[in-house]
Design a protein around this ligand. Structure first.
Ligand SMILES: [Zn+2]
Length: 369
């Protein structure tokens, strides 16, 4: 049986909300804050079901699944050794998911919690759009993906090939989100927002749980990951926190959020210099983190602070060389995913001999061609 009833509350105003939430944000019109579980999930290793495929080995610690769940085999991606001395580095290769990015975990969770919706929508010209399109195809539900009119993402072809409808919107990234959210006023439409929906973050906890199992039921000392809208950062923190609540690890790994120095709002936030309306960003090859105004920046800052973590802004010109270097080790990932690797030189002086460091590789290199 699940250890957690999966009741939600608003992080800002504490409004209770049932699971699955009818909309991805707090329903109070004056609030609209992010939703999270009322109580921390307590990880119970006796509930792991190794016979289940992928991330569904943890299904009893996640919201209940329908009788005939929709899956493409997401999760349980490899954790591979990269370096042993003087500290150990492992690569968690989450680019090896069905649509080649970690976003499949969240899309799988959301597609199994649609209710009666006939159309599922999101605003994304990247990996979240591709993941949603694939899982909607698998579920035989129509997907509609809203993108900015100037999006030149190579991922649009992947989104279209899964059969999703692509709607272009005049205006910036925020305007696209507003149009998508307004479209969800139709009860037949479900807004599967990868930025807001708590199901995304719940599903991403499985990355932390897999790392713990794959390291021999131990937590690493550090986890390094790209940070855009914060779902990965928050999900990994929730996952390790639930292991700590289950008394399976003593302390949380220190989480390192990596951005490009062309677009590093979280670093500005940590320095007390972030103002959403004035924040200046330049284009970056790391398109997955090209999010100048992450709506949950406060929660992202808390995830870093509460794990005694760090924020690194990698010089833009070092991202593609890092991508090349990783490929020469056998890991062809997209530029956003190379951020974790590019951050290593800025962290090495912090690592102690014998410590364990996990870099999360988020998306495949073929996506960025
Ligand atoms: Zn609220």
């Amino acid at each position: 049986m699940p250890t957690h009833p999966f009741k939600l509350r608003c992080r800002r105003c504490n409004q209770p909300v049932r699971w699955p939430p009818p909309s991805p944000r707090c329903p109070r019109p004056t609030c609209g804050g992010p939703l999270q579980p009322i109580r921390n999930i307590v990880f119970d290793a006796t509930l792991i079901e190794p016979a289940q495929q992928g991330m569904w080995r943890y299904q009893h610690m996640l919201p209940p699944l329908p009788d005939d769940p929709i899956t493409l085999g997401e999760g349980w991606t490899p954790l591979l050794n990269h370096k042993r001395e003087p500290y150990q580095v492992f690569l968690k290769n989450d680019s090896l998911n069905p649509t080649d990015s970690y976003k499949d975990r969240g899309a799988a969770m959301l597609i199994n919690n649609l209710g009666d919706a006939e159309v599922v929508i999101d605003d994304s010209s990247g990996n979240a759009g591709a993941a949603l399109a694939a899982y909607a195809a698998r579920a035989n539900v129509q997907a509609r993906v809203y993108i900015p009119v100037d999006a030149h993402s190579s991922k649009l072809d992947q989104i279209a090939r899964y059969g999703a409808e692509i709607v272009t919107v005049e205006g910036d990234r925020d305007e696209v989100a507003r149009v998508a959210e307004a479209a969800a006023n139709d009860p037949a439409v479900f807004y599967a927002s990868h930025a807001w929906h708590p199901g995304y973050v719940l599903a991403i906890q499985t990355i932390a749980w897999e790392i713990w199992e794959q390291l021999g039921r131990k937590a690493p000392d550090w986890v390094v990951l790209p940070a855009g809208n914060g779902a990965l950062l928050r999900g990994v923190r929730w996952g390790f926190r639930s292991l700590q609540k289950g008394k399976l690890i003593k302390s949380l790994p220190r989480l390192v959020a990596v951005q490009s120095d062309h677009c590093a709002p979280l670093l500005a936030y940590r320095k007390g210099e972030y103002h959403a309306t004035h924040f200046q960003a330049e284009p970056t090859v790391a398109d997955g983190v090209a999010i100048p105004n992450p709506p949950l920046i406060e929660a992202m800052g808390a995830a870093v602070k509460k794990t005694k973590g760090r924020v690194i802004a990698v010089p833009e010109e070092e991202i593609l060389p890092a991508q090349d270097k990783l490929a020469r080790h056998g890991f062809f990932v997209e530029p956003t995913a190379a951020l974790s690797y590019a951050a290593l030189p800025y962290l090495e002086h912090k690592f102690k001999p014998g410590q364990t460091v996990v870099l999360i590789l988020t998306g495949h290199g073929l996506k960025s061609n």
